[in-house]
Design a protein around this ligand. Structure first.
Ligand code: PNW
Length: 451
C-alpha cells in the first residue's frame, strides 16, 4: 500500500471554533452585563438587517446538544470564548457566579464528551460599562482585564489547559476605534488608536501572566493574531517577489509583532507614527513580550504583492471575477495559509502555530431533501488545507487547525445573513443541520489527512 498523500503530522489538532457573542444569545440572562455589541446592535443602524446578538444560536441553552453534535461529527477540539460581561457584568466590579457557572457546565460537558476545550479570554464582547469609561483607549480597561483573566483561569484552569488571550487586536481596535465599522463604532485619531493597540497588548501580557500564575500544570497560552491589511502572498514565488512580500509583511505587522516577539516597537513604526506613537510605561514591554507557547493565526484572505518597478513592494488589485466568498474582503487565496505561517516564522521568529480560524461565508442553499451540499465551502477548506500541509511538510511547526465556524452565527456587523458554519442553523427554529463540509471535515479528522 502506498502512503496516503496529504497526511498531517501525528497529534495534529483538528477542531472547530466559535465565540461567545456570536452564538450564546441569552444576552440579558443570569446576571450578564451589557456588552459593546449588545449596545451597538440596540443603537440601530450599524448591523445588517437590524440583527442583534440577543438570541444568536441560543447556545447558552443548547450547549449540551451542540456538544453532542460535535461529538457525533468526531470533532475532538473546540475553541470557545468567555464573555467578560457574563463573568464580571460591569467589567471591573463583582463577579457574577451564574456567569462562571455556565462556563463550568460547558467545560464539564465538553470534557465528558471527550472534546478538548481551547478558551479565548476576549473575543470582542467588552463590557459596556468599561466602554463608558473610555474602552480600550484608556489604560484602566487593560488593568481591569487582569483580575477578570485571573478569575476565569482560577475557576476553569483545573480543566482548561489551552488558552488564548485576545482575538484579533487589529479587528477590535482598528475596526472598533478607527474605522467605526465594529462596536463601539468610534472613529478616533491615530494617536488615540495607537494607544488603544498598546492597551490591548498590555492586556495580552496580563492574561498571559494569569495563565502562568494560576493555570496549573500543563497550562499553555498564546495570542490570536490577524493581519490588517491581509498577509502578503508573493505574486510568483521568486526571490524578488518573496522579498517584497516579506518586507510589506514586516512593515504592516511590526506594531503588534515587534512588541510581542522582539520586546520593542520597531524603529520603522516609530518613525512613521512620529508624535502619534503610543505612550509606553516602564515595564510594559517586559509584560507584553513574555514568551508565548504558540501563536494563533486567523487566516481567511491574503493580498498578492510583487516587487514593483521601483523595487518597492506593490499590492496587486484583485480582478473583478477573482474567486470570492460572500463578503467583499473574502478573496479566496489558499496560499495565505502557507505564507501567513512562513512570514511570521521568518520575520518575527515565531516558533509554533495553531490556525485558530479559517473558513468561508458562502450563500448556502438547502435542497429539496433539506441538505446543504456546500461543495464550494468544502473546496475552499480543502484547497487551503493543501497549503497548510505544505507549511507543515516544510518543517514549520503548525500544530492544529480550527474551522470557522462550527455553526452559522452572528457575523458581527453582517448579522445573520452571512453564514460561515459547517453546520447550518435555521434561526427561526434553531435547527442544526451539518452541511457537506461538516461530513467531509469529519472524515478528514478521522483519517488525519486531506480527502
Ligand atoms: C474574524 N476582515 O473576524 C473573527 O475572529 C470572527 O469572530 C469572525 O466571525 C470571522 O473572522 C469571520 O469574519 C474578521 O475584514 C472580521 O478582514 C473581519 C475581517 C477579518 C476577520
Amino acid at each position: 500500500m502506498t502512503t496516503p498523500s496529504y497526511r498531517f503530522p501525528k497529534d495534529f489538532v483538528w477542531g472547530a471554533a466559535a465565540a461567545s457573542a456570536q452564538i450564546e444569545g441569552a444576552a440579558n440572562e443570569d446576571g450578564k452585563g451589557e456588552s459593546i455589541w449588545d449596545r451597538f446592535a440596540s443603537a440601530g443602524g450599524h448591523i445588517a438587517n437590524g440583527d442583534t446578538p440577543e438570541t444568536a444560536c441560543d447556545h447558552y441553552h443548547r450547549y449540551e446538544a451542540d456538544t453532542a453534535l460535535m461529538s457525533d461529527l468526531g470533532i475532538p477540539n473546540y475553541r470557545l470564548s468567555i464573555a467578560w460581561p457574563r463573568v464580571i457584568p460591569n467589567g471591573d466590579g463583582p463577579v457574577n457566579p451564574r456567569g462562571l457557572d455556565f462556563y463550568d457546565r460547558l467545560i464539564d460537558t465538553l470534557l465528558a464528551a471527550g472534546i478538548t476545550p481551547w478558551a479565548t479570554l476576549f473575543h470582542w464582547d467588552l463590557p459596556q460599562a468599561l466602554e463608558d469609561r473610555g474602552g480600550w483607549l484608556v489604560r484602566s480597561t487593560a488593568e481591569a482585564f487582569r483580575p477578570y483573566a485571573e478569575t476565569v483561569v482560577k475557576r476553569l484552569g483545573d480543566r482548561v489547559k489551552n488558552w488564548f488571550t485576545l482575538n484579533e487586536i487589529p479587528c477590535f481596535i482598528g475596526k472598533g476605534y478607527a474605522d467605526g465599522e465594529f462596536a463601539p463604532g468610534r472613529t478616533e485619531s491615530a494617536r488615540a488608536v495607537n494607544q488603544g493597540y498598546h492597551h490591548a497588548l498590555l492586556a495580552h501580557g496580563y492574561a498571559l501572566s494569569a495563565v502562568r500564575t494560576y493555570g496549573g500544570p500543563g497550562a499553555r497560552v498564546g495570542l490570536v493574531h490577524n493581519h490588517l491589511p491581509p498577509p502578503q502572498i508573493p505574486l510568483i514565488e521568486t526571490d524578488e517577489h518573496i522579498a517584497a512580500a516579506r518586507a510589506e509583511y514586516e512593515r504592516t505587522n511590526g506594531q503588534l509583532m515587534g512588541p510581542l516577539f522582539h520586546g520593542r516597537y520597531p524603529e520603522a513604526f516609530l518613525a512613521t507614527a512620529g508624535d502619534d506613537a503610543p505612550h509606553v510605561e516602564v515595564g510594559d514591554l517586559d509584560g507584553i513580550a513574555q514568551p508565548m507557547d504558540y501563536l494563533g493565526l486567523n487566516l481567511y484572505s491574503g493580498d498578492f504583492v510583487r516587487a514593483g518597478r521601483n523595487g518597492l513592494p506593490e499590492r496587486l488589485a484583485f480582478p473583478r471575477q477573482f474567486p470570492r466568498g460572500d463578503l467583499p474582503w473574502l478573496n479566496l487565496t489558499p496560499q495565505v495559509l502557507y505564507w501567513g505561517v512562513r512570514h511570521a516564522a521568518e520575520v518575527f521568529g515565531v516558533p509554533s502555530f495553531y490556525i485558530t480560524e479559517h473558513g468561508a461565508a458562502l450563500a448556502d442553499e438547502i435542497n429539496a431533501d433539506g441538505e446543504i451540499i456546500d461543495l464550494d465551502r468544502r473546496e475552499v477548506m480543502r484547497s487551503y488545507l493543501v497549503e497548510l500541509h505544505r507549511a507543515a511538510h516544510e518543517g514549520y511547526d503548525v500544530r492544529g487547525y480550527f474551522a470557522w465556524s462550527l455553526l452559522d452565527n452572528f457575523e458581527w456587523a453582517e448579522g445573520y445573513a452571512k453564514r460561515f458554519g459547517i453546520v447550518h442553523v435555521d434561526f427561526e427554529t434553531q435547527k442544526r443541520t451539518p452541511k457537506l463540509s461538516a461530513h467531509w471535515y469529519s472524515q478528514v479528522i478521522r483519517e488525519n489527512r486531506i480527502l
